[in-house]
Design a protein around this ligand. Structure first.
Ligand SMILES: NC(=O)c1ccc[n+]([C@@H]2O[C@H](COP(=O)([O-])OP(=O)(O)OC[C@H]3O[C@@H](n4cnc5c(N)ncnc54)[C@H](O)[C@@H]3O)[C@@H](O)[C@H]2O)c1
Length: 339
């Protein structure tokens, strides 16, 4: 079968990882990446062993890249004419403007969490509502936090059903290297409910959810606590078995040194993962307990890479590569080596 052709527009924190993720899928071909400026990420890509083809949005931008010695393959129209689907990973709000171009070129696109829901036909999560995305022209991914904790909630939901979720998010305020939020020293509390709980209810409308959001001055991953009310009682041991069997959840032990967001980042770097990326969320084993019949546990969400698998699931759904969610996520997992 011919490989489907994918363009990545916006080669920043998320775009870099989506491009790598697509490149690993044996049934997909990455046509190249599109950006507006020769950023540090583009410079690093070009200086790497196997740079992807670089495209500019319009030809007036060629000069800035070529002045840096970075060859340009073409412009946005050129890559759109070849692509089956676009992964838009531009800054929040830019994707909505780009959608006009995708509509004109009659190309499907997948947008990231920073865009408003209206940008897409379907608000998408590969495990929780794959079927809704099948054949849809425009999908929007859940945010990094929501992508991460829906994996855990859906895992319990598929086994025993879930009635209610309370989710407290301790949110990293910026990505490593970011300066746009300045040097910070505070824990910023937002009103309840957080948008992530509201988003969970959009993806899983049968569940009632609420929760708090606290921004803290760290960069390596969000820490999230969840109180999950199952429909049928489930023991800690049975829940643990479900989490351990989930390819996108890594159960870790505090006792073995996995005691923080930073420990996970260091672990990923030491195991040789490119950019210290983790596609998995980490679930801290010793935090999994019962409170009455409710499951209570804490996870860490590596915000930079976590949306990659579900975005690739989105390609599978939108282009109808697989019409069964299990087959789709299994293939994504296989090529990302997450089995
Ligand atoms: N950073 C995260 O942790 C994270 C996690 C999940 C989702 N998201 C979402 O992913 C999206 C991208 O975020 P990011 O953090 O990767 O942003 P980023 O700023 O790191 O990268 C955006 C890239 O898009 C480029 N760009 C700007 N305008 C463009 C245009 N018109 N055409 C092509 N490229 C353009 C920029 O030069 C930059 O390289 C946002 O919707 C964000 O909310 C971010």
């Amino acid at each position: 079968m011919a490989k489907v052709k994918v363009a990545v527009v916006g080669y920043g924190v998320i775009g870099q990882r989506l491009a790598d993720g697509v490149e690993k899928q044996e049934d997909m071909k990455l046509l190249g990446i599109v950006d507006v400026a020769p950023t540090l990420s583009i410079r690093a890509l070009y200086d790497s062993d196997s740079p992807y083809d670089v495209y500019v949005v319009n030809d007036s931008m060629r000069g800035a890249f070529e002045a840096e010695g970075i060859p340009i393959k073409g412009n946005l129209n050129d890559i759109l004419s070849e692509a089956d689907i676009v992964l838009d990973a531009t800054p929040a709000g830019v994707g909505a403007k780009n959608k006009e171009l995708y509509l004109k070129a009659k190309k499907k696109a997948i947008f990231q969490g920073g865009e408003k829901d209206e940008v897409a036909d379907v608000f998408f999560h590969g495990y929780a509502n794959y079927e809704k995305g099948i054949g849809a022209d425009y999908l929007k991914l859940t945010s990094c936090n929501t992508t991460g904790f829906i994996r855990a909630v859906d895992c319990i939901d598929k086994e025993v059903g879930v009635e209610r979720v309370v989710v407290t998010i301790i949110r990293r305020s910026a990505d490593p290297g970011d300066i746009h939020r300045g040097v910070v020293d505070l824990a910023l509390v937002e009103k309840v409910p957080n948008h992530q709980a509201v988003d969970l209810m959009k993806i899983m409308p049968h569940i009632d959810a609420t929760g708090a959001l606290v921004h803290v001055p760290t960069t390596h991953g969000h820490i999230i606590t969840l109180l999950v009310t199952p429909k049928k009682k489930i023991s800690v041991d049975d829940a643990l078995k479900l989490f351990e069997a989930h390819p996108r959840i890594k159960v870790v032990e505090i006792e073995k040194g996995f005691n923080s967001n930073a420990a996970l980042f260091r672990y990923a770097r030491d195991r040789g993962s490119k950019r210290a990326d983790m596609y998995e969320i980490a679930l801290f084993k010793e935090t999994l307990v019962l409170s009455g019949n409710n499951l209570f546990f804490t996870i860490s969400v590596p915000q930079e890479a976590v949306v990659t698998p579900e975005t690739i699931d989105g390609i599978r759904a939108s282009l109808k590569l697989q019409t069964n969610w299990k087959e789709a996520v299994s293939l994504t997992n296989k090529y990302l080596k997450m089995e």
